[in-house]
Structures are given as C-alpha cells and as structure tokens.
Design a binder for this molecule. Structure first.
Ligand SMILES: Nc1nc2c(ncn2[C@@H]2O[C@H](COP(=O)(O)OP(=O)(O)O)[C@@H](O)[C@H]2O)c(=O)[nH]1
Ligand SMILES: [Mg+2]
Length: 444
C-alpha cells in the first residue's frame, strides 16, 4: 500500500497562517485523530486540533476525498496559526501516526502518477512557485493549464495520420501503389515538421523568460561601465574608481524591465594585461558577453585612443558613447563609424546624468519586450523539451528522406512519437522523473 505523506506547504518561519497537508490512504484517519469529526468534502470547518497532551490550535480543516483532489488520493489540509511551535506540534502529531514526511515534490509527483497532470504541467507548477516576474508567472501558468499538452495532442494526430498511411503502404499487395499511399503521409509530416521547428525556436524565448534576459556591459577599462551599471540598477552594485582595471569579476545584477527578469552584468575592462587576476577577469568578461542576449559596448567619448570594438558584438547590440559632459576625444568619430558598420544602436550619454540613463533604460526595455514578448507565451520552455523536439524532428526529417521504403519511414515516425511522448511524460524514464521532481520544495 502507498504511504500516507505529510508536510508543511508553507515556508518555515513566523506567519499569520501556515498550511500543513496530508495525502494518502490514512489521511481520513489522521484528520479524525487530530481534529475529531471529519469535515464535509471540500468545505472549510473550524476545529480544535488536539494531541494527548491537550489542544494545539484552532484551525481550518479541509477534507478532499480522492480522486477529486490535487494528488488524486484522499487528502487534507490544516490551516493553522503560523507560529513555529504550532506547526511543529502538528507535524510531530502526524509523525506519531502512520505518516511519513513527504519528499520534495512528492505531492505533485503523486498527482502526475495518478494522471491529474502531465509532466509538462508539473514542470509548470515548479516554475510558478519559482516565478518572480509577471512574465515568468504568465508563462508558467500557461504550462500548468496544459498548453504543451494540447500542442502535443495536435502533433500526435498528425503523427498518427502519417503512420497510418505508411503502414497501409507496407500492407499493400500491389507493387505500384505503395509509393502513392506513402505520398499521402507527406503533407502531415511536413506540417508537423513546421510546427515542431516553431516550437523548438520558441524554447529559447521560454528559457530567457524563465532564466532572465542577459545584458553585458563591455568595453575598455575606465569607459564608465560600472558607473552605468550602478545608474541603471539604481544602486551601488559595482565599485567605481578612476583606477583602470578595478572591476575583475563579472557582477550580475538582477533587474525587472516591463515585467521581465533581466540580468545586467558588469565586466572587467577589455585590455591586454600581465596581471594574472585581471587576465582571468577579461577571459570571463568575454565568455559572459559571448553568451549574452545583448551587449552594450561602452566607449569613453573623451578619450583620444579608443580600442577597436570587441569581437563579441553583433548587429542590434548597443554602443554607448559615454562622458558626453566632457570634450569629445579625437578618436570618437572613428568609434562611431565602426559602431555604425556593425549596425549597433547608438547612444551618446553621460552615465552621471539621470535623464540620459533613463533613455538607455527605456531603449533596453524596448529590446527586451521586442525579443521576449509575443501574443502567446511559448509552449515549450526548457532544454529538456528542446532536446526531445530536436530528436523528433531529426526522425521525421529522416522519414521524409527515406524514399520508397514505407517500413523504414513508419519506424522513424514511431520513434518521433516516442520522443514527443516523453515531453508530457506519457513515456517516462524514472531518472527523468527524479530530476524533474527533485527541483521542487517539500510540501508541493
Ligand atoms: N566626466 C564623467 N566621468 C565619468 C562618467 N562616467 C564615468 N566617469 C568616471 O570615469 C571613471 C571610470 O568609471 P568606471 O565606471 O569605474 O569605469 P569602468 O572601468 O568602465 O567600469 C570614474 O572616475 C568615473 O567617475 C561620465 O559620464 N562623465
Ligand atoms: Mg568597472
């Protein structure tokens, strides 16, 4: 028989209310022992919780008989006063019965195993708990509501049509007809391949929304990168000095722009150096910049010797000519020409002027919204999804390519279907499940 599990669903510490949940075959007995009369299903009831030493608390008790519960099993919730002593007395009381403390994510894992949600929805639950920004929450909620599962249903019906045609071709006795029958699979495969390509491309957007859009400040020492970072972040996150080579580590500052999570990074000034520590800083700066979604090349507009643009820059990145409060240096014109050739978005500012910094902030916000926004949140949002989409795509493209052999094509389509099934967990290797649910907190 399955264990009955319990855990605090709310974070530890002092709070107005804490929620303790129980799920499994002994849930009803646990409620009866702790709270006396079991409340009517799904109706909150005020009960005094008691141990054999006396009353513990007055609590709201909810009883959810399975299968119409979150986990699909008999479950219950105790809403108690959120003091650490009350919560720990209740947990002790449950432990003294035949109940076991839940593993991280075990409630949701049971919900998955009882068919209450698919694996992508369970991942959405974890993302919703982690969500710090509106965009993250919107995307996670779409996933909890089964957006990926619905896409999977559509993909499956195309797969089944294609497979049926290949199999009919295999079974055809007449030598001439199979090719024509197999040809009927083609439009289904082509449509499916198109959709999977779109979904795979969208994973990058989904990942950025989840993990944060990465913006790197790069440029020569003393250009004003740290000053600009502090001004954009609205706090002194990085040290600013007149000594070139002050910033050595990558300093990441999380920000929120238009409801999206953004990571803004200050990096070591790019220059050749014999200082071992600074050289490592330059290496890290370049690596971070190369992996970023947007780079801001900061140039000291008062300098008479400006280094050529860093190699990591790509079209659409920003070029900020800084220190506009000082006289322009002899080299500024050349930097402008080079930036234009690279199709960078140009801004001439002083990082010390709040109004100028506001302009940069607005321009960055535009970029983030342009690149991450969209009418619909992305359906596939994780590397796990992307890998499986890529596997399905390569099978399907192979199926289209193996001309004249419906047997081989049918096998490819079947393997593609298996890859897609693993996205929603219709087929679920245990190690994948362990990994997905291990990222949860206890009590969810
Ligand atoms: N006049 C002027 N000085 C600036 C401006 N921005 C930064 N600085 C100064 O330039 C020096 C180097 O700035 P810092 O932010 O440490 O440059 P980093 O090496 O690129 O991080 C510091 O003394 C700053 O105060 C600006 O817009 N105008
Ligand atoms: Mg610096």
């Amino acid at each position: 028989m399955t264990d009955t599990i319990y855990a605090a669903a709310t974070a530890a510490g002092r709070a107005a209310v804490a929620v303790v949940r129980v799920s499994g075959p002994c849930a009803r007995a646990a409620v009866a022992t702790v709270a006396g009369k079991v409340p009517r299903p799904r109706m909150a009831a005020l009960r005094t919780l008691r141990s054999d030493k006396g009353p513990i608390d007055q609590a709201l008790v909810l009883w959810f008989p399975g299968p119409a519960s979150y986990t699909g099993e008999d479950s219950a919730e105790f809403h108690v006063h959120g003091g650490p002593a009350v919560v720990s007395s209740l947990l002790d009381l449950l432990a003294a019965q035949d109940l076991r403390l839940a593993e991280p994510g075990e409630f949701t894992r049971r919900a998955f195993e009882n068919g209450k949600l698919d694996l992508a929805q369970a991942e959405g639950v974890a993302d919703l708990i982690e969500a710090e920004t509106e965009a993250q929450a919107r995307q996670a909620l779409a996933q909890v509501e089964g957006a990926l599962g619905r896409a999977h249903q559509r993909w499956r019906s195309d797969l089944i049509e294609a497979l049926a045609n290949f199999e009919a071709a295999v079974d055809f006795p007449d030598e001439e007809v199979p090719a024509q029958v197999a040809d009927r699979a083609r439009p289904y495969l082509e449509r499916l391949i198109g959709e999977l390509h779109l979904a795979r491309a969208d994973v990058d957007r989904g990942e950025r929304v989840r993990e944060g859009f990465r913006i790197a400040l790069v440029g020569a020492p003393n250009a004003g990168k740290s000053t600009l970072l502090n001004a954009l972040a609205g706090r002194e996150a990085a040290i600013v000095t007149a000594t070139p080579g002050t910033t050595r580590d990558v300093i990441e500052v999380p920000m929120r722009l238009a409801g999206y999570k953004v990571l803004l990074a200050d990096t070591a000034g790019l220059r050749d150096t014999h200082d071992e520590i600074e050289a490592e800083g330059v290496r890290r700066a370049r690596a971070w910049a190369a992996g970023a979604d947007l780079r801001i090349w900061v140039v000291d507009g008062s300098s008479s010797a400006i280094d050529p643009p860093p190699e990591e820059l790509t079209a659409g990145d920003f070029c900020v000519i800084n220190k506009s409060d000082l006289n322009p240096g002899d080299d500024t014109g050349r930097a402008l020409v080079e930036a234009r050739a690279l199709e960078l978005e140009m801004h001439r500012v002083s990082a010390r002027e709040a109004a100028h910094v506001g302009v940069i902030l607005a321009a960055l916000t535009d970029q983030v919204v342009q690149r991450l926004g969209g009418a619909e949140p992305p359906t596939a949002t994780r590397l796990r999804h992307k890998d499986l989409l890529a596997e399905a795509l390569s099978r399907l493209e192979h199926a289209l390519a193996v001309d004249g052999s419906p047997e081989l094509a049918a096998e490819d389509v079947r393997l593609a279907g298996r890859a897609l099934d693993r996205i929603t967990g219709r087929i679920h290797p245990d190690d994948v499940l362990d990994r997905v649910f291990a990222s949860f907190c206890i009590g969810k």
